[in-house]
Design a protein around this ligand. Structure first.
Ligand code: FAD
Length: 508
């Protein structure tokens, strides 16, 4: 491995490559603490050309390469599968390359965060529409495109961030560099459209979880931020799952272009206030679930009309309006005005010390989510024995459930669901028992949710292989996906092991 290191060292400056143990361990995990893979080398390239050279060496030496944006995938997507390989950290590539104000298109390096890009755009009265994922303060644009990320604001109006994609520059696993969309024509003066010049090859890299190429340059549509906005929060009546789904359907059927519409369930309201991370709801007598909307408009008249229609739907469904200020419980105001859209989920991850959220994120049609949530409750009861095993050690019973439900594009919602457990870091002896039980339960729950017919949009190490293990792909679909990978990446260099394209990924 030393001679590989020496070859790579010639590509980047000394300070941008490391094989120190502590650096390798720092890059061995993502947000979940359950999955670990320690790389041999961590490297931070400056541009597509350097990445191309790195990948050529990796092909010659037959070493896996794992692209990493901010590394905040929830289930091991941007760390190696098994202890090996080169982690390609893209965070140095964080520049804005051009702003085409006339055609409303921005071009950036793929390692830039959603927050940095939007901070820049706001000086021009512009924004990305879909503000990326809830982790957008640090999550990269390249990570977002690789996941079809959605959830960090604006998702009911604009949908997933890949909807705004215009063109990509991608370094293929063999080291060749391509551009997609309008840029496939070498005579094009600037990126302006995704579709055309043949099939939509950008689509191949959207949601690919880093298996088909390294995104280095991304052009996105951008939008003028409307001058007027309203934001209101309502408490739901009983049967909140069904009522909230009904409200979302009615909003869609009436064609009201809400910016965000989110249902936050009673459990989160209760635990959130108990633990002090949602002080805005402490005064609520009944700790029921809430639903909020944010809506934008170009004039006061337009805004008032939209608000009138939305309020009518809310009140016809027997919700109760909370006060206008954040301290009155109006989380919608915090979400839209105070950048809460990028902070909201962080609290959920930090509810208790040593809490382990073993989650996954999926899309489902609006009308399906109440029954999916009911089935997760049912799964929880069926697994009481294993839950008991964990709570005997940690003294806290794990829970299965879902984070907030968010309206996205079409008649769909985003569901973050999973299993929240606790790790006894303080007691090394029981660590193995907890780890094994947690992983067994995590797999079992995600298999159950998969069989509800949901669509996982970020797959990581965990979901990409689980889908294959439980036979969720049709044979025909998998048999098309695999040869595409083999043609683009004959040595399975990039993100080796995902989707079980290379056995269990631990073959070295
Ligand atoms: C608190 C919190 C909130 C979150 N909220 C959301 C949410 O609302 N919606 C959502 O979608 N996700 C959410 N996530 C999950 C995750 O942070 C996002 O999906 C995010 O887009 C990942 O970006 P990243 O830069 O961290 O990517 P990484 O974790 O670094 O990488 C993700 C995947 O993309 C690949 N990849 C990264 N960059 C490139 C590149 N340039 N070229 C090729 N492949 C690449 C990696 O190999 C990996 O497979 C959340 C996570 C946390 C911890």
């Amino acid at each position: 491995m030393l001679d590989v290191y020496q070859k790579l060292e010639k590509i980047v400056l000394k300070q941008f490559i490391s094989n120190d143990l502590y650096v390798r361990h720092a890059y061995s995990r993502n947000v979940d603490v359950a999955l670990q893979g320690v790389p041999d080398i961590v490297i931070r390239p400056r541009d597509a050309k350097e990445i191309s050279e790195i990948l050529k060496i990796a092909n010659t030496e037959n070493i896996a390469v794992i692209p990493r944006g901010a590394g905040i995938c929830e289930f091991g997507g941007s760390k190696p599968i098994g202890d090996n390989g080169i982690v390609l950290d893209l965070k140095r590539m964080n520049n804005i390359l051009s702003l085409d104000e006339e055609n409303l298109i921005v071009t950036v390096e793929a390692g830039i965060s959603w927050a940095k890009l939007n901070e820049y755009l706001c000086h021009y009265g512009l924004y990305t529409g879909c503000m990326g994922p809830g982790s957008g303060m640090s999550a990269s644009i390249g990570g977002g495109i690789s996941h079809h990320s959605v959830g960090g604001g604006g998702c009911a109006k604009y949908g997933a961030c890949t909807n705004q994609l215009v063109s990509l520059e991608v370094v293929l696993p063999t080291g060749d560099i391509i551009e997609t969309g309008s840029q496939a024509n070498r005579y094009s003066k600037q990126p302006f459209n995704r579709f055309g010049n043949g099939p939509d090859l950008a689509g191949l890299f959207c949601g690919d979880n880093g298996i088909f190429g390294v995104k280095t340059k991304v052009s996105l549509q951008i939008f003028p931020r409307p001058e007027f906005a309203a934001y209101k929060t309502f408490q739901l009546p009983r049967k909140e799952r069904e009522v909230s789904a009904k409200i979302m359907s009615e909003v869609r059927r009436k064609g009201i272009d809400v910016y965000d519409l989110m249902y936050i369930m009673d459990l989160l309201v209760r635990v959130g206030t108990q633990e002090g991370y949602m002080p805005m709801w402490e005064h609520l007598k009944k700790k029921r679930g809430v639903i909020f909307y944010t809506v934008e408009a170009n004039s006061e008249v337009e805004l008032n009309e939209k608000v009138k229609q939305l309020d009518e739907i809310m009140l016809n469904n027997k919700t109760e309006l909370l006060g206008a200020e954040i301290s009155d419980g109006n989380i919608a105001k915090w979400h839209y005005v105070e950048q809460g859209h990028w902070q909201f989920y962080h609290n959920l991850w930090g509810m208790y010390p040593s809490m382990q959220a073993l989650t996954a994120e999926c899309f489902a049609p609006i009308h399906r989510y109440p029954s999916i949530l009911n089935d997760i409750d049912q799964w929880d009861m069926e697994h009481a024995e294993d839950m008991q095993k964990i709570s005997e050690i940690t003294k806290i019973r794990p829970i299965a459930g879902s984070g907030p439900i968010l309206l996205i594009d079409g008649n769909n919602v985003e569901i973050t669901c999973g299993f929240t457990s606790f790790w006894a870091f303080y007691n090394g002896k029981v660590h193995k028992t907890i780890e094994e039980t947690n992983i067994k339960l995590w797999k079992s729950l995600l298999e159950r949710v998969t069989k509800q017919g949901v669509q996982w949009y970020m797959m990581g190490d965990f979901m990409s292989r689980l889908m294959v293990d439980i036979n969720a792909y049709s044979e025909e679909y998998y048999n098309l996906m695999k040869p595409i990978k083999e043609i683009i990446d004959p040595k399975m260099i990039l993100s080796r092991g995902k989707f079980n394209f290379w056995g269990d990924g631990k073959r070295v």
